[in-house]
Design a protein around this ligand. Structure first.
Ligand code: ATP
Ligand code: MG
Length: 403
């Protein structure tokens, strides 16, 4: 029986029950069953069913048809979202993004066969019984990543699985089965044709893994980096990665680290080659700036003020990973942040238009922005009090240079 304490499965149970009440088969599948067996925290709960996407949409009140052509419907239940996917077999993957076609089927067996690794190919019924057709439980015990079926064929179908193998090493601390590893070596050049967004998604998970060092060791051993954006031209970077790398919690941290290890490859270049969002690029830039400032000046109010709170962890991760001579810990950063007199320029006791009014003859221009930044720094460093009177006084003593 499923441990009644596992609240996450209990909450999703009514979805299985409703599907079964309509005479369909339904199981928990994939990573959630693996993590349940490993007693790890479960990410998201995925469900596989014999009901067609159309039926799933009819049965449940709140649905989001995210990928109906691939059989996936999101079912909202209480406060959770669950991907419910119709049992399917995949056609060929000619674009290495999506299978060209999928065929919906009635039995779970073939659906489990299309899954990448034995430890990801479990299904678990309502009664807690586990379907394990490929020796997944044994592989969990042996801590092994092994493809379902012939590795070469499975990696050729979808080369993303090569990266996923390393991602699971990094998350679980498992080894890769020798035959699977050999297949990865043979097919590795195919990862060049993958959609970068898919790659980046897996890489972000890889770099956040608790056994990141093991993952990187596989990337080195197999030479996978020769086929990854940026790294393929600047392959020496991989050898600069410190051995005992600590997990990085976002791709922005990853880019910042790589850029600091090899300043010749800019944040811009990394972000473009990996098609990162603006947010990731900005995060990388802020982190790089903070680390450079820290190396020169150490930790102070001005550094903490300019670094977004959300990046404090990343900043510490980078300091540790770069093995900088000076170190700091998170609570030191947080303590400084808590004591800051202002959080942003909006908190300044003088507004832009008030400053402009002091200099009616000056044309609008970058001088104002510069002056505001100076005020921020004076206030943050505690040299000027954040009162309108004192700020005005400081401005009068330090009149701006116009452009
Ligand atoms: P996580 O806990 O990070 O979500 P996961 O194992 O659930 O890990 P997902 O990427 O969410 O991984 O995929 C869900 C399941 O779908 C996998 O466990 C696997 O069975 C299957 N799967 C996902 N991607 C592939 C793929 N490229 N090839 C074959 N099967 C895949
Ligand atoms: Mg998942």
């Amino acid at each position: 029986m499923i441990n009644l304490l596992r609240k996450d499965f209990q909450e999703a149970m009514p979805i299985l029950e409703q599907l079964e009440a309509h005479q369909y088969k339904a199981y928990f599948v994939g990573g959630c069953v693996r993590d349940f067996l490993l007693k790890r925290q479960i990410g998201d709960i995925d469900i596989a069913t014999s009901a067609s996407p159309k039926m799933v949409q009819e049965i449940f009140a709140k649905v989001i048809p995210v990928g109906v052509e691939h059989g996936t419907v999101i079912v909202r239940h209480n406060h959770g979202s669950y991907e419910v996917t119709t049992f399917r077999v995949d056609g060929t993957y000619s674009d290495q993004r999506h299978p060209d076609s999928v065929e919906f089927i009635d039995k779970i067996d073939e659906d489990l066969k299309r899954r990448d690794f034995t430890i990801n190919a479990f299904a678990m019924g309502k009664d807690g019984k586990i379907i394990d057709l490929f020796g997944g439980r044994e592989d969990l015990d042996r801590r092994l990543i092994r493809t379902v079926g012939d590795g070469r064929q499975r990696f050729q179908e979808d080369p993303l699985r090569i990266i996923r193998a390393v991602r699971f090493v990094s998350q679980l601390g498992f080894s890769i089965d020798p035959e699977t590893l050999e297949a990865m070596r043979q097919v590795k050049q195919e990862i060049e044709h993958l959609a970068v967004e898919r790659l980046a998604n897996e890489m972000a998970k890889l770099f956040a893994g608790n056994y990141l060092g093991d993952g990187i060791a596989y990337i080195k051993r197999t030479g996978l980096y020769y086929y990854l954006p940026v790294l393929r031209e600047a392959s020496h970077i991989i050898h600069r990665i410190p051995d005992s790398l600590q997990p990085l919690s976002s791709f922005g941290e990853v880019i910042a680290l790589f850029h600091l290890l090899e300043p010749g490859q800019t944040v811009e270049r990394w972000s473009r080659a990996w098609k990162c969002s603006n947010k990731v690029r900005q995060e990388a830039k802020q982190l790089v700036e903070a680390i450079r400032y820290f190396m020169e000046n150490g930790l102070d109010e001005w550094l903490v003020y300019r670094l977004d709170n959300a990046y404090f962890y990343g900043f510490i991760h980078l300091i540790n990973n770069l093995k900088l001579e000076k170190t700091v810990n998170l609570s030191q950063v947080q303590e400084l942040a808590a004591k800051l007199p202002i959080e942003s320029k909006r908190d300044l006791a003088i507004k832009g238009h008030e400053i402009a009014a002091i200099f009616p003859d000056f044309k609008k221009g970058p001088w104002l922005k510069r002056l505001i930044q100076q005020l921020e720094e004076e206030v943050v460093r505690g040299r000027v009090k954040n009162t309108t009177f004192e700020l005005k006084e400081w401005i009068q003593c330090n009149p701006p240079e116009t452009d």
